[in-house]
Design a protein around this ligand. Structure first.
Ligand SMILES: [Zn+2]
Length: 82
């Protein structure tokens, strides 16, 4: 689980945290890593979904604590659904 969490952190940092992520809306594959499934299931797959479901503002970088909350949410989903 520590490894999955480390990967989840990387994905969030690289794919979601930038103010304008590359290919936003398409940056998260549907398959592959369990974290990708979790990102879709928890509506943490792109900034559009984060904005729609959690009212996270677009066009600004995610803070450390926001990234942490997203990872926690994903990990809770993974633990329930593994
Ligand atoms: Zn999305």
């Amino acid at each position: 689980m520590d490894v999955v969490r480390a990967h989840a952190r990387d994905f969030v940092q690289q794919r979601l945290a930038p103010a304008e992520p590359e290919n936003d809306g398409k940056q998260t594959p549907m398959h592959g890593h369990p974290a990708f499934k979790a990102m879709h299931a928890t509506a943490c797959c792109c900034r559009g979904c984060l904005n729609k479901w959690y009212h996270v503002p677009l066009y600004r970088e995610l803070t450390e604590s926001e990234q942490e909350r997203i990872v926690n949410l994903m990990m809770a989903w993974i633990r329930k659904n593994q």
